[in-house]
Design a protein around this ligand. Structure first.
Ligand SMILES: [Zn+2]
Length: 327
């Protein structure tokens, strides 16, 4: 699907072959310096569709001068290594997100091991850990080939041009360590990627390895919302879903929902100590495995904050974390 957003900005939308993940947006910025914001998953069909969409807009892959990756997730950045081979485009990505895309298979195996340990800490039974491994394998395959660090470029500190727009990259850690939003002040356009979506609550990352001493991205995420809420944006171009207008209103709704979930977790813990998995079930009810994973990440983030605030206490039994409310 191609949607013209202006004479030089087009929203291209691609299915993501992962259950529960909505179609992802790739933005084509045309003009003297053709560029893409994100590039979609490493999936043959996506690649061919992107190629033909660009051709129908009068551009070839080899014309691209820049690929502005908003974060490292496979649905946004999976095709980057292939595009690096097909074009001379500069591939921008915040250095805090270079980890996974540049990791060797050994580093990825270490990541998988650490992830399984965390999921075990949540209270996921040992038997189900293989499912987690399979899920992760499926996700990582959509990340495409490893990108060598030499192929990546950090975003400039100041303004830069792509398509016909002048941007600054705003670092908004939380959804990932190196998540950026792209802000074109002159045109009042903010590409929020997965930092602010219109009708999906963006989920904070699990930091593997830890980032700034934390395991969860929720504290950073809530802080980073403040970096975009006050911008005078006329249009928000998100990573999934249609463009929308009211970034401030959306940020307020996200903050409110997070505060409500925090309250709910505390009230569940009033009854009895619980694991992260148990709390996820109590907060959201029955969920698919993927959504259980995403929900548990958020619960883990809230508990990390509550531990810092001294509102809860953690004790561990055979690698499983049990949280109880401090009276
Ligand atoms: Zn994402």
């Amino acid at each position: 699907m191609i949607e013209a957003l202006s004479h030089s900005i087009y929203r291209l939308s691609y299915d993501v072959p992962l259950s529960g993940v909505p179609p992802v947006n790739v933005y084509a910025l045309l003009g003297e310096r053709p560029a893409l914001v994100d590039c979609g998953p490493a999936h043959e069909e996506t690649f061919r569709q992107l190629q033909s969409d660009l051709e129908s807009l009068g551009t070839r892959l080899s014309d691209l001068t820049a690929i502005l990756l908003t974060h490292h997730h496979v649905d946004h950045a999976g095709l980057a290594s292939r595009l690096a081979a097909e074009s001379e485009a500069t591939i921008y990505l915040h250095p805090d997100d270079w980890e996974i895309v540049t990791w060797t298979s050994q580093e990825r195996a270490e990541f998988a091991r650490e992830l399984k340990e965390i999921v075990g800490f949540w209270g996921v039974p040992r038997m189900a850990l293989d499912t987690v491994g399979e899920m992760l394998g499926k996700v990582l395959r959509l990340g495409g080939d490893r990108l060598v660090p030499e192929k990546l470029t950090p975003y400039p500190d100041g303004p830069f041009t792509a398509g016909e727009l002048e941007f600054v990259a705003i670092h908004c850690p939380g959804h990932t360590k190196g998540q950026v939003c792209l802000w074109s002040r002159e045109d009042g356009i903010l590409f929020t990627s997965d930092h602010v979506l219109e009708d999906i609550t963006s989920n904070p990352s699990l930091y593997i390895p830890r980032y700034r001493g934390r395991r969860c991205g929720l504290t950073d995420y809530l802080e980073s919302l403040g970096r975009v809420a006050g911008l005078s944006a006329h249009w928000i171009f998100p990573g999934h879903g249609k463009p929308f207008r009211d970034v401030r209103g959306r940020v307020e709704a996200i903050r409110k929902a997070a505060a409500e979930r925090k309250g709910k977790i505390l009230s569940v813990l009033d009854g009895a100590p619980s694991t992260i998995l148990g709390l996820t079930g109590q907060v959201w009810g029955e969920l698919t495995p993927m959504n259980t994973f995403l929900g548990a990440r958020e619960v883990h983030g809230h508990l990390e904050i509550m531990l810092e605030e001294g509102a809860v206490r953690l004790f561990e039994e055979e690698g499983v974390g049990l949280f109880e409310r401090r009276q």
